[in-house]
Design a protein around this ligand. Sequence first.
Ligand SMILES: Cc1cc2nc3c(=O)[nH]c(=O)nc-3n(C[C@H](O)[C@H](O)[C@H](O)COP(=O)(O)OP(=O)(O)OC[C@H]3O[C@@H](n4cnc5c(N)ncnc54)[C@H](O)[C@@H]3O)c2cc1C
Length: 191
Amino acid sequence: MSRTVAIIGGGYGGAAAAKALDEHADVVLVEPKDAFVQNAASMRALARPEWAGKMFFPYDRLMERGRIVRERAVSVDSRGVLLASGERVEADHLVLATGSGYPFPFKFEDDLAGQARERIHAVHGELAGAGRVLIAGPGRSGRGGPSRSPSGPRRGSCRPTSGSARTACASGPATSMATSATRARPAATYG
Ligand SMILES: Cc1cc2nc3c(=O)[nH]c(=O)nc-3n(C[C@H](O)[C@H](O)[C@H](O)COP(=O)(O)OP(=O)(O)OC[C@H]3O[C@@H](n4cnc5c(N)ncnc54)[C@H](O)[C@@H]3O)c2cc1C
């Protein structure tokens, strides 16, 4: 008798689990988004919006047998999952793969890939039209990847380049700092 596995979250972990278990069990993937999101490309897509079309992958070919429920899970118990709509998915096994949350533009709360793409293009436009940019956080994302700037400023340091188009500062958590900077004054293209 086949067993039902409910997987909550279709990110890297959940999607991989769904694909791997598809031939062994009745898989139900609970995921509100209409497409898998390649989060690692989000900074590049912001700098080069043509990449925005390459970071969303519809789930339609993920599984051959399993099904996808386009909903958000609100709770789980020993017999299954309660969905935001009030419906339940009964399951013998649960995989919790709801991942982590970062503010936009690092990750997306939009459930529709088209909406997320529009937001990327909008922020890119704001950045491209600004005179200067502050990148707070010299990590991999802030430097545009190690191959592009291996000698970026050290963590905890701040090296402003006044008068130039770019100012690189490094302090605090990269996600919140960079997002605040983007909101406060979107500036020149980076990445
Ligand atoms: C800018 C950036 C660059 C990165 N670069 C790299 C890299 O180069 N290499 C690397 O290894 N890692 C990288 N990471 C980290 C990587 O993205 C995360 O480790 C990865 O996303 C975690 O995968 P996950 O499946 O656990 O969760 P996620 O990818 O976050 O997926 C979670 C899924 O669960 C869904 N979900 C959430 N709540 C619910 C709910 N209640 N009900 C149903 N579904 C729900 C979400 O919609 C989402 O689809 C990067 C992250 C960012 C932000």
